[in-house]
Design a protein around this ligand. Structure first.
Ligand code: SF4
Length: 204
């Protein structure tokens, strides 16, 4: 189990990586998903943002962060003064994991095994894009970047050493903000904006 054997011969070419990821069978998640959702953005982007996995809309469209969580992220990026066009956006796990519920497809958190299986794609994206800083959005992304023992609530607004010595800033996932209501949601959103601003300032 693992994506390693599906990496292309030239893992230094982003387009070759993206094409190869479409045929990945490194874990069982490809079976119930529509397609692989690879990262989006430009090589050399200063900031690379990592989420958990594609959602329902992302799975159908084949693009990361195009659903409700992506809309909220856009708003947080705007408030933090970050141009989404200058980022690379991806997920720790490239296929949508879901369970059926009343005719809908409900998100299910990927297991540690699935996260580990998909990690070679994330590491390859990090090598090729070569950002100055990585933002981990939520526990799955942060644990994929920083190990299973990482607790993001203990490391907000800190630079943490990530893969290959890349600095990582840990923050909550926009979906977690969406699940909250009232004042909790406002506070969580403001915290996300502050963390993004911290990350942006660290690379400016
Ligand atoms: S989730 Fe990752 S490892 Fe699993 S099949 Fe999809 S691309 Fe491959």
């Amino acid at each position: 189990m693992g994506a390693e054997e599906y990496l292309p011969e030239d893992p230094g070419d982003l387009e070759a990586l993206r094409r190869a990821s479409m045929g990945c069978r490194g874990c069982g998640l490809y079976r119930d998903a529509t397609q692989t959702v690879f990262g989006r953005g430009t090589v050399g982007a200063r900031l690379l943002l990592v989420g958990e996995q594609p959602g329902d809309r992302e799975d159908r469209q084949g693009q990361p962060f195009v659903g409700p969580a992506g809309t909220l992220l856009d708003r947080a990026l705007d408030e933090a003064g970050i141009d989404r066009g200058k980022l690379f956006l991806t997920n720790a796990v490239k296929h949508f994991k879901w369970v059926p519920s009343g005719g809908r497809r409900l998100h299910k958190t990927p297991s540690a095994r699935e996260r580990a299986a998909c990690r070679p794609w994330l590491l390859a994206e990090l090598r090729v894009v070569a950002p100055a800083l990585v933002v981990g959005l939520g526990a799955t992304a942060c644990q994929s970047l920083l190990g299973s023992g990482f607790r993001l609530s203990h490391h907000r607004q800190e630079l943490v050493d990530g893969p290959g010595g890349l600095p990582v800033v840990a923050t909550i996932h926009p979906s977690a903000v969406l699940r909250m209501t009232g004042a909790d949601r406002s506070r969580a959103f403001d915290g996300l904006v502050e963390d993004l601003r911290f990350a942006s300032t660290a690379v400016s």
